[in-house]
Design a protein around this ligand. Sequence first.
Ligand SMILES: [Fe+2]
Ligand SMILES: [Fe+2]
Length: 250
Amino acid sequence: MLVVAHISDLHFNGTAARRDRINAALEYVNSRSSGIDALVVTGDITDNGRPSEYEEAGATLKSPLPLMICPGNHDVRGEFGQTFLAGQNFPDERGGIGPLNYARTVADALFLICDSSIPGQNNGFLSDETIAWMDEQITAAGPAVPVLVAFHHPPVVLQMPMMDTIRQTGEERLAALVGKHPNITMFMCGHAHTGAVTTFAGRPLCLAPGVASTLNLPFEGTGVINETQPAGLAFHTYADGRVISHFRSA
Ligand SMILES: [Fe+2]
Ligand SMILES: [Fe+2]
């Protein structure tokens, strides 16, 4: 059985209150690492993309597990790459920094950590380059290898009016990729600060709860943030062709 711990939306901002929530979620996972194969973090690592926030994140975000982190709309590619992907280059065609996509094989499963951010914008999009890279990686691994895909922005409407305006668009290209590769097993994302499970192109799509905060559904309150909820996390198990997602508060 494959076990993946999944946290999202840490939003390091230099405050002790935020760091306490992040440490609680990390500690919940790390203290149980002997039963877990990997830790995936689906973006918004910092709140404002400041160097001091990346310094704090780099010093705090540690695990004995294979740790795979993708950027979100609150992240900055340059600082993110220096902090978590040092020594790797992600050039774009204009000499800037392209999508921070990378692959890892853990416990005989292929993890595709994808960058759905658009520099300077809050909404998300997987570039054509990213979709082509995913196709190459999955093809090279072969059809028997389960593929777990992580990115920040959910590629579906979540019935959360504000978040639905800044979701991932262009998802028809991702759905076509799913149609081509039956071994795409699940999608992990965040961004909406709500623990949620649905499907995308017939595969499980799981949003980890927000570590930093939880956002209200329309009937939960008039404010954007739900102040009553603790930091949360998800565990995904995969065995016998079935993904099961379990949720915990930290
Ligand atoms: Fe976030
Ligand atoms: Fe986000």
